[in-house]
Write a protein that binds this ligand. Structure first.
Ligand code: ADE
Ligand code: SF4
Length: 369
């Protein structure tokens, strides 16, 4: 659910006393044995979390071991020469992560400390450490009850709460942190809690059939009894991920088909974008006047005059419509149904248009009636 000012609100019908043991028991029974889970050293946990941010667990393991055997503490990292550092990182990709680690190590030493800052607040104050990494280090190394929300956790919480909007919007991450905060145990096991959520996402509440790890295994999930997606059967379609850089553009030709005082409408398909709403008849792609006349004649209509209308753009969440418009005068003798049947054209008096749900994508053309 989203409120009017677009802040997502998440809720789950489960108490802390049920949620936390379910998750921690799962972790105890099923957690993978990973080298960074055998240490309480905040420096080692930092290195592991940075490596894990863009790289798979299996790939990270040998790099983690080698990196720490060569650079076992902050001082070694701060003093390593760049070529040697990049060599240790070779194959992991995203090399700016390595340079950033060294820069942050120097930043810490410059404050006069020889060891990692000892709280979330002091960690997140560093230039090179963001909220996720600070949360992971503080909860895992110090047991501080702070969230550590990575992509796994976003997915798990979106499914648990049945969140149907774009999870890549920054407001969702903040909402997940706020949602989790009351559940995070303050008895020193916050790090286990956070890693259990990550582990649930990695092993059980997996991304989906298109990904390497396949569909979510809800039948094995300790939280299925409380999960909105399990209840609604939407685990395979959630979460919604709309990457802002992956916007697409679609060209459309919008037709104002008019005769007498009538305007033609069509009901959109019951599935997909603007499902079940009405539209001015719209063609995919840009058509010129003569091509449109041809299409209309094939549909049994008699176009008489055609007038190009100004282009218009409509911005949807993940797509833009680039529209060209045409006003087409049909013969006054045209006979079309007065109400929609399926997706056939129908015609209504212009003054009755307001009775039909015409999406704002068409408002530039509606104004021209
Ligand atoms: N991904 C990010 N942090 C992780 C962790 N601590 N264990 C496993 N996978 C992770
Ligand atoms: Fe994810 Fe399924 Fe568990 Fe819900 S029941 S949290 S969708 S694995």
């Amino acid at each position: 659910m989203k409120t009017e000012n677009e802040k997502p609100i998440l809720c789950l019908p489960i108490s802390k006393e049920t949620f936390v043991p379910a998750l921690l028991d799962f972790f105890r029974q099923h957690a993978r044995s990973l080298p960074w889970r055998k240490t309480g050293d905040p420096y080692k946990i930092w290195i592991s979390e940075v490596m894990l941010q863009q790289t798979r667990v299996e790939t990270v393991i040998p790099y983690y071991e080698r990196f720490l055997s060569k650079l076992p503490d902050l001082v070694h990292l701060a003093e390593v020469d760049e070529d040697r550092l990049l060599k240790l990182w070779e194959g992991l990709g995203y090399y700016s992560r390595a340079r950033n680690l060294k820069k942050t190590a120097k930043e810490i030493l410059a404050t006069g400390r020889m060891t990692m800052p000892a709280s979330y607040r002091d960690l997140v104050a560093l230039h090179g450490i963001g909220p996720y990494t600070a949360g992971a280090i503080a909860s895992i190394a110090y047991g501080e009850p702070v969230p550590a929300v990575d992509g796994n956790v976003l997915r798990v919480v979106a499914r648990l709460t049945g969140y149907g909007f774009n999870i890549l919007e920054p407001s969702f991450k903040r909402a997940v942190e706020a949602f989790l905060r009351p559940f995070i145990p303050d008895d020193g096991t916050a790090g286990t809690f956070n890693q259990a959520l990550i582990e649930l996402g990695a092993l059980v509440c997996t991304p989906g059939t298109g990904s390497r790890c396949g569909a979510p295994k809800c039948e094995q999930c300790p939280l299925s009894a409380y999960c909105a997606s399990f209840r609604d059967g939407t685990a395979q379609v959630l979460p919604v991920r709309i990457n802002p850089s992956k916007r697409t553009e679609q060209k459309k030709t919008v037709l104002l088909l008019q005769y007498g005082d009538m305007i033609c409408l069509r009901k959109r398909s019951d599935a997909g974008l603007l499902a079940g709403l009405f539209e001015f008849p719209t063609l995919d792609g840009w058509y010129e006047g003569e091509e449109i006349a041809e299409v209309l004649r094939e549909a049994g209509l008699s176009p008489l005059g055609k007038e190009p209308l100004p282009p218009a753009k409509h911005v949807f969440t993940h797509m833009d419509w680039l529209m060209k418009g045409w006003r087409i005068k049909l013969a006054d003798s045209t006979v079309l149904p007065a109400a929609p049947t399926g997706q056939d054209l129908f015609a209504v008096p212009v003054k009755s248009l307001e009775q039909y749900a015409l999406p704002s994508a068409f408002s530039a053309y509606r104004k021209l009636l």
